[in-house]
Write a protein that binds this ligand. Structure first.
Ligand SMILES: Nc1nc2c(ncn2[C@@H]2O[C@H](COP(=O)(O)OP(=O)(O)OP(=O)(O)O)[C@@H](O)[C@H]2O)c(=O)[nH]1
Ligand SMILES: [Mg+2]
Length: 322
């Protein structure tokens, strides 16, 4: 799935430059003395002080305490009885860190799912301005260009008048079906959209929702109602229920996951704006602490700037490894 987009490792590396510079700088500093004491040694030794500094550096790079504990434990396990013929340099330590982080992010539910033979319904939600509408345009493009399915995008953000026309522009740009109507009730828009999709043999509908804070109960109930309407109408819930997180908010985005998770059955997360943040470290915690797959990442504002999430590529890009 999404094979072409998946092969863009060098592109991810290029885009993650801000986070990479910040993480690599702080983590590299931690290892300076350790690298010196391990020169010409076969068995690698690292002291507790260095390990503590490493944990601090991770936390300063927007990794949560919980995730940092796990990374440190795995890092220490990885080093235990480590005998190496390799030169013990920075890359040696970063390589061990990268492998552990990659393993933490790797899951068997990273792919976007489609209903076999039926209509696939995707809901896209998130706080205001996180990148939902832009992500929908890019995702529609990925699905059309790589999988060739017939897509309809649905304007269920009835809150802002401009939201509908913004989505319509994306639909035209990508060349997919677009649905909106006069109703102010997002669930009613979704209901009509599904009827229309069935008439037009659409295979995937992607629903744009209004930005909302997880603390606003009324708006969270509205989101949950959309999910319930789909369940009733289709006999099952949306196959993808994706929460879009703004990469520039760093650890602040984590509390949003917790709140959205209480109201809707999230199937995964999308992290946007990774091209303009130094805080991408929080992505590790977004997945590990909340037991959710990162399915897609946004790395820019154009049509092609949405990529499937590949844990090994992402973690290598964090530490500038090949
Ligand atoms: N650099 C960068 N900008 C992005 C990315 N994704 C979205 N944006 C920008 O973020 C801004 C907000 O994007 P929207 O898609 O309108 O966000 P939204 O979540 O739909 O916003 P609301 O509907 O108002 O809640 C726009 O200026 C986008 O171009 C990304 O991956 N990288
Ligand atoms: Mg929007």
């Amino acid at each position: 799935m999404f094979k072409k987009a998946k092969s863009l490792f060098s592109f991810v590396k290029e885009k993650l430059v801000k986070t990479r510079e910040s993480i690599t700088r702080s983590v590299t500093q931690v290892f300076v003395d350790t690298v010196a004491t391990n020169v010409n040694r076969k068995k690698v030794v690292i002291d507790d002080n260095t390990v503590n500094e490493l944990q601090e550096a991770l936390i300063l790079s927007d990794v949560s305490f919980n995730s940092s504990e796990r990374i440190i434990k795995k890092f220490k396990d990885g080093l235990k009885n480590q005998e190496t013929e390799e030169e013990v340099n920075n890359e040696f330590f970063l390589g061990i860190l990268q492998k552990e982080i990659s393993a933490m992010l790797d899951r068997d539910d990273l792919n976007i799912n489609f209903e076999p033979g039926g209509l696939s319904v995707f809901i896209i939600s998130g706080v205001n301005g996180s990148g939902k509408t832009t992500t929908i345009g890019k995702l529609a493009n990925l699905i059309v260009s790589e999988i060739g399915k017939k897509v309809m995008i649905v304007a269920a953000d009835t809150f802002r008048a401009a939201a509908i026309s913004q989505l319509e522009v994306w639909a035209k740009r990508v060349g997919v079906e677009f649905f909106s109507n006069e109703s102010k009730d997002p669930s009613s828009v979704v209901y009509s959209a599904i009827e229309e999709a069935e008439k037009k043999d659409v295979e995937v509908i992607i629903i744009d929702t209004a930005g909302r804070l997880g603390t606003n109960n009324d708006l969270m109930m509205e989101l949950s109602k959309i999910e319930n309407v789909i369940k009733k109408q289709m006999g099952k819930g949306p196959i993808e229920n994706l929460l879009v997180l703004d990469g520039t908010s760093g650890q602040n985005a984590l509390s949003q996951i917790e709140k959205f998770k209480k109201s809707i059955n999230l199937t995964g997360i999308v992290i946007t704006k990774l091209d303009s943040t130094s805080k991408a470290g929080f992505a590790i915690s977004a997945s590990y602490d909340y037991d959710l797959p990162i399915k897609l990442i946004g790395v820019g504002e154009t049509l092609h700037d949405l990529l499937p999430f590949v844990p090994d590529d992402f973690s290598k890009a964090l530490f500038d490894l090949k």
